[in-house]
Design a protein around this ligand. Sequence first.
Ligand code: GH3
Ligand code: MG
Ligand code: MG
Length: 403
Amino acid sequence: MRASFPFLYSYLFAQYPAFFRGELPSDRKAYPVEEKKTDSSLDALVRVEKLQLLFHQSYPAIFVSLISCALLSAILWPVQHEDVLFPWILIIAVNAFARFILFTLYNYIKPRGRDILAWEGSYFITLLLSSLSWGIGALFIMPFDSQLHQVVVFYFLIGMSGGALSVYSANRVMTLTAIACLLIPITTWFILQSSLLPVAVGMGAVVFYISAIRAGRILSSTLNDSFKLGHELKIAKETAEAMAQIDELSGINNRRAFYDKGKMLVDYCLRNNEELSAIIFDIDHFKKINDRLGHAAGDAAIRHLGQILQQTIRKSDLCARIGGEEFVVLLKPYAPDEAAKLAEILRLMISKAPIRFNGEEIDISASFGVAVGASDLDTLLKDADAAMYKAKEMGRNTVVCSE
Ligand code: GH3
Ligand code: MG
Ligand code: MG
């Protein structure tokens, strides 16, 4: 059966106006070009992952801060004025509340991908304010006449700094800023005292801060490398899997990928009582192209057909190069004779546009076989193949539909 021409052209104008303008419609691209992951986008992914980890890890720190504030206030209660303690407790509570709201919003909105980076600023500001309320607040709540209580305050700050080192280690800047805010005010005060005990305690804090800088650098760069490696491995795996399915020359599915995906498509259609169509086509007198212009010209023809298929068929259709110069399209028809019409479109696209190779124009054509029906993949392909051979017998450059 040959598709009727007047009807066909009206169909072509309706369905493929871009083809007649000499361009191909982009929404029908079967193989959209994936965004290539550059080093900077990989770094952004790592930053996203680190921030995700921070949000996940530091939620309990809000409550640790509140509990520590309650404990320290109880310890200082007999020796410190409530006019001093109350405002400090209030500031700590307001900060904890702000952080709680931030975490609740984050968990409610559940940002994904790069959107998470928009939360980095607010996370950092609340962390900074909370650390400053502890670091500077400690100087206000510390009783100046009791060295015992001064050391107790210092003990709490060192404890919180140790916590910050483990909780915020994913981000070195945040870790060091938090520890600096916690320790620098009290350390400076201790070092400026004239007696040995506070100076020695202050020096201890300096030693702690230096080891924290080193530990923070090691922890954060190890985490960074491990996150980056994870992403690189994932990308490499995805690329290798995709490459194993793609025919290098035509850029479309290879035979193996076609049978894997085709079987799934056929099973789906059989389960849902839907029809499926197969188009098989083979370049006419391909051997002559190879013989006359060389193998590279033949390769260019195969590449050209791969591009036509990539730009013409729908995302839901499946196309592949299944032999030397033999291609297949598997599609779920949405209108009667759609497969025959698509075959005719492809035939026209191939025969009307010669390939340019080494300054020469090569005219090519292909013969098409179409089969429609709710049968298994092998039967469908056998029928389409038989129709394609009929097209060859009929003189080539034509579409034949299986009865
Ligand atoms: P027909 O119209 O009957 O299909 O004739 P034909 O010449 O196209 O068919 P035939 O099967 O005789 O020749 C197919 C040729 O395709 C033979 C082979 O050398 C060539 N071929 C197979 N794979 C490739 C390839 O990857 N690149 C190139 N350049 N040629 C290939
Ligand atoms: Mg051929
Ligand atoms: Mg062949």
